[in-house]
Design a protein around this ligand. Structure first.
Ligand code: HEM
Length: 529
């Protein structure tokens, strides 16, 4: 053995080690371990790990015995089937699926859903992975705990009764325009047409007018209305987790960027107009006015002026940049667009199919306007409606637009004595089972607005999860319901419409929210005075 004392190496490192003669068996194995066998072994190990980890996570709740390797039910979730959701809800109050890397827990019962909605210490709204990219991670809807509560307080003033009254004329203008459009489209078509896409456009136009008034040119409103479905598609519960070119998420991101850009432009215009003393006509005006009033108040205080308490704005807001304002207004559009489009579609379908209720709505709307159908919307008018309100409430119960709300577990959550949801898992409180609970709403599968007038539906507050509950309950719930009442009430006195049912009219399509599968085949005509 040669020893090299000048090198910083162990003398043994240079030793010649002679391998023992190999056995034939080891040799043969070594020869066979080529690239393919190694890959196959790794794949089998990964599949085993995937199944094992799924089984471990699902311990204590109901779920398929095995999952499709890696992707789980991804392919079938690309076109979600409402009956599969129903099967899940029927399988137990907590059940699960695993899609790609995400373990998803579905809570079906009313009490389990309420428990999750009301556990902000353990969960926060999750939306979907793509939502962070589309809405931007800095968006207020992703704030949590006190930060979220504080931000939200600053928005409450935009949805007070007084504020909602201000937005009514803008909304009515949009209905005037679109009701004419409904009749024109039906005439031009000469046969029944699926109105769901037109209802989506209508709802988008109503939202844009309510949120940003006349700052947005009509052609931009129409562009957003047309492209918004790309955003919905990108935000479906199950989507490819990364944004690859030409995928749904990619198209959705492009559309979202365009909408954010347009809202930022509106904000810049609104700031100038409000600073010049313009009147409040939309949510953006109302918010910016609050900011500018707060700034003026702070300035007076800073100058040492004595300011009477009555002059202090109800909420002191900081200044928000155009980009921040745009992001927040975008969340309103995002939260309202699919849900109100769903409710609008079902409302028109249900009213056509239940002419006795449409007649009651019509009678009420004419009576409250003293027989003059040209009387414009007002809060007093809307708040004195009984039948119209019952019809809207029952539509939302019977076909709740949002059937489930995804939340993210932010720390291990012992939801039952037997099951702890783990940090990072998705947990989904469901809405549909609570609104179809026969104990709260007898004969839940029948559409019966009367239950809101002479029945006990109004008392079932625990089951009324249509707008969620807890710290994230829907900010726009009063606005949304009044808006739907205003819409169907006005339609009842200005329009006649006929539904042409198909075998799919009662089947439910899930596209973020729910729609009749045939997209609601209708014909509209003008109603003579
Ligand atoms: C029929 C129409 C609507 C339905 C069924 C609906 C339903 C919901 C539901 C289920 C949630 C989740 C609540 C939770 O996690 O507890 C929600 C949140 C929200 N909704 Fe609505 N919504 C509707 C219309 C609107 C409208 C028109 C607006 C805005 C003007 C709006 C703004 C919001 C916002 C901002 C949130 C998030 C609140 C937060 O995280 O603090 N929604 N909505």
């Amino acid at each position: 053995m040669e020893v090299n004392n000048t090198a910083f190496v162990s003398p043994l490192a240079n030793a010649q080690y002679e391998l023992p003669p190999s056995s034939g068996f080891v040799d043969r194995i070594a020869q066979q371990v080529n690239f393919w066998t190694l890959s196959l072994t790794l794949l089998l190990l990964a599949i085993t790990y995937d199944q094992w980890s799924y089984k471990l996570q699902k311990h204590g709740i109901v779920g398929p015995a095995w999952k499709m390797p890696f992707i789980g039910p991804f392919l079938e979730s690309v076109r979600p089937d409402f009956r599969k959701y129903q099967a899940k809800w029927a399988s137990g109050e907590l059940s699960c699926v695993s899609v790609f890397h995400k373990f998803v827990i579905i809570a079906s019962s009313r009490d389990m859903a309420r428990k999750i909605f009301n556990s902000p210490a353990y969960v926060k709204p999750c939306v979907v992975d793509a939502a962070y990219k589309l809405l931007r991670p800095t968006n207020w809807v992703f704030l949590d705990g006190k930060e979220h509560v504080d931000y939200r307080k600053g928005l409450n003033g935009l949805f007070t009764r007084q504020a909602l009254e201000i937005y009514l004329p803008g909304q009515e203008e949009v209905y005037d325009k679109y009701f004419k459009e409904f009749v024109r489209v039906s005439k031009e078509e000469g046969k029944p047409k699926a109105f769901m896409p037109i209802f989506r456009e209508l709802m988008c136009a109503v939202s844009c007018r309510t949120f940003v008034g006349h700052y947005m040119p009509e052609k931009v409103v129409t562009k957003i209305a047309h492209e918004y479905y790309l955003i919905t598609a990108a935000l479906e519960l199950v989507n490819f987790p990364i944004i690859l070119p030409f995928t749904k998420s990619w198209y959705g991101k492009k559309a979202a960027d365009m909408v954010l850009d347009e809202f930022a432009k509106c904000s810049a215009k609104a700031k100038v107009r409000m600073a010049a003393g313009g009147d409040v006509t939309c949510i953006m005006d109302a918010w910016i006015k609050q900011m500018q009033d707060s700034a003026k108040y702070r300035e007076r205080i800073a100058k040492g002026e004595e300011v009477d308490a009555s002059e202090k704005p109800p909420q002191l807001l900081r200044d928000f940049t155009d980009w921040e304002i745009s992001q927040t207004i975008f969340t309103f559009l995002f939260a309202s667009q699919d849900a109100t489009s769903s409710a609008c579609t079902w409302l028109f379908q249900l009213m056509a199919d239940r002419p006795e209720w449409l007649a009651k709505v019509r009678e009420e709307n004419l009576r409250l306007r003293d027989g003059d159908r040209n009387v414009r919307f007002s809060m007093d008018l809307l708040e004195s409606m009984t039948a119209t309100r019952a019809v809207v409430k029952e539509t939302l119960r019977y076909r709740p637009p949002v059937i489930l709300v995804p939340y993210l577990v932010k720390k291990d959550y012992p939801i039952t004595p037997n099951f702890t949801a783990k940090k990072g898992q998705m947990i989904i409180p469901s809405v549909w089972p609570a609104t179809h609970d026969p104990e709260a709403y007898p004969d839940p599968d029948s559409f019966d607005p009367e239950r809101w007038i002479s029945g006990t539906a109004e008392q079932q507050v625990k089951n009324w999860l249509v707008f969620g509950t807890g710290p994230h309950y829907c900010l726009g719930q009063t606005y949304a319901q009044l808006n739907l009442m205003a819409m169907i009430g006005k339609a009842s006195i200005f329009l006649d419409w006929e539904h042409f049912p198909t075998e799919k009219s009662e089947d439910i399509e899930v596209f973020a929210t729910i729609f009749p599968q045939d997209h609601c085949e209708l014909v509209f005509t003008d109603r003579p005075e």
